[in-house]
Write a protein that binds this ligand. Structure first.
Ligand code: OSB
Ligand code: MG
Length: 383
């Protein structure tokens, strides 16, 4: 594959309902989109699902992502083409920027754009390209509310739409009570909680109060960069611990499996796979397969992605090795007032059915790039 240009846009997206986590409330998000064009006339797009600041974890904010792309990742890709006359395969693309430490979110959008191009060239859905056999699967809803009543109202909407899996954001002072209220309201629902690293070694024992609620998992209770201490507290919790923030790579997932196995509790480890957090779909698939080989359950997490990012993640959900429902949308449907895709991604009765088509199998609405976007960087990629 040979590229002609790479452009970077920032698109301003407004959430239909504020989303609150342990680290803050988001209303509006500025999102980098990488647009790649090839010599054979194809256009590939990758979203970076940034948040407004590095509160979830480092390098997730737009200034960091834009700097990494402009200064290092995109020039490295262009240099590769200059040196050997083409980008080569997606593995070659990854090799071109492997020397750059970190910048996973930034790298992931370049990889996504190239997957988009490869799938278009093959005339296949990404799901087929990735070897996924499922065409239909359950999806869940993530609830970021501020009070028990707010959470219950959002849950009622989601359950009313047929969703069978709920994830609720918790933090110290807003945990056992809200989870108990949800469990009482919905005795049979698949229920999980996400702390986004809000607890420490003094405050985490309150989470033992969740053990009687038959939760699917407790997500990232401790520090965003920690695996070891999570494996220690998992010994004292009956509910499985799920890692999100602290998994950046296959190596991280292997380290986690090593620790949980050493503690004799491997069945209580779950991994949230977010392709952008692990630098892209290639690494995500490696993690899913490695976890599956060891009986460790996985699911595809969201980042309040636009319809484009969600559509790509839904394609990945076709992999049979994925065990649990992924994050789909807010209870009301698409996260944003105006989204970058033409038609909403509907999941009637909480089941998403892949639509068929090519690549992400949804249509981008390019007028959103003009109306809400700004081109912040562009480069020609020479021979
Ligand atoms: O930890 O999963 C998370 C949103 C922003 C930052 C972190 C997280 C989330 C979500 C969103 O839970 C879920 C979704 O995109 O549907
Ligand atoms: Mg999470």
């Amino acid at each position: 594959m040979r590229l002609t240009s790479i452009d970077l846009y920032l698109i301003k997206l407004t959430l239909r309902a504020p989303f609150t986590t342990s680290f803050g409330t988001y209303r509006e998000l500025s999102r980098p989109f990488v647009v790649v064009r090839t010599t054979d006339g194809l256009t590939g797009v990758g979203e970076v699902p940034t948040l407004s600041d590095p509160a979830y974890k480092s390098e997730v904010d737009p200034p960091s992502v834009v700097t990494s792309l402009k200064e290092f990742v995109l020039p490295a890709v262009a240099r590769r083409q200059k040196e050997i006359g083409s980008i080569g395969t997606i593995d070659d693309l990854r090799a071109s920027y492997a020397w750059i430490k970190g910048a996973n979110f930034a790298k992931s959008a370049v990889e996504a754009a190239l997957w988009d191009i490869e799938a278009q060239r093959a005339g296949q859905p990404l799901a087929t390209f990735w070897g996924g056999g499922r065409t239909s699967f359950p999806v869940g809803v993530s609830i970021g509310g501020t009070t028990v009543d707010d959470v219950l109202a959002r849950a009622e909407k989601a359950v009313g739409l047929g969703y069978s899996r709920l994830k609720v954001k918790i933090w110290p002072g807003f945990d056992v009570e809200v989870a108990t209220a949800l469990r009482n309201a919905y005795p049979d629902i698949m229920l999980q909680v996400d702390a986004n690293s809000a607890y420490d070694l003094t405050t985490w024992p309150v989470l033992k109060g969740l053990d009687g609620l038959d939760l699917l998992l407790i997500e990232q209770p401790l520090f965003d960069d920690d695996i070891v201490l999570h494996s220690e507290i998992s010994k004292e919790l009956k509910t499985p611990v799920c890692l999100d923030e602290s998994i950046h790579s296959l190596r991280d997932a292997q380290a986690a499996m090593h620790l949980w196995r050493a503690n004799g509790i491997l069945e209580r480890l779950i991994v949230n796979v977010k392709p952008p957090r692990v630098s892209g779909f290639s690494e995500a698939i490696e993690i899913i397969d490695a976890c599956s080989d060891h009986g460790v359950k996985t699911w595809i997490g969201g980042m309040l992605d636009s319809g484009w990012g969600k559509a790509m993640n839904l394609q990945l959900n076709a992999l049979e090795a994925i065990d649990l429902p992924g994050d789909h949308f807010s209870p009301g449907g698409a996260y944003f007032e105006r989204d970058v895709i033409a038609d909403p991604l509907l999941a009637p009765d909480g089941i998403y059915t892949l639509p068929g088509g090519v690549s992400a199998c949804v249509e981008l609405d390019w007028s959103v790039f003009d109306d809400l976007g700004e081109r912040v960087f562009g480069m020609q990629v020479g021979e």
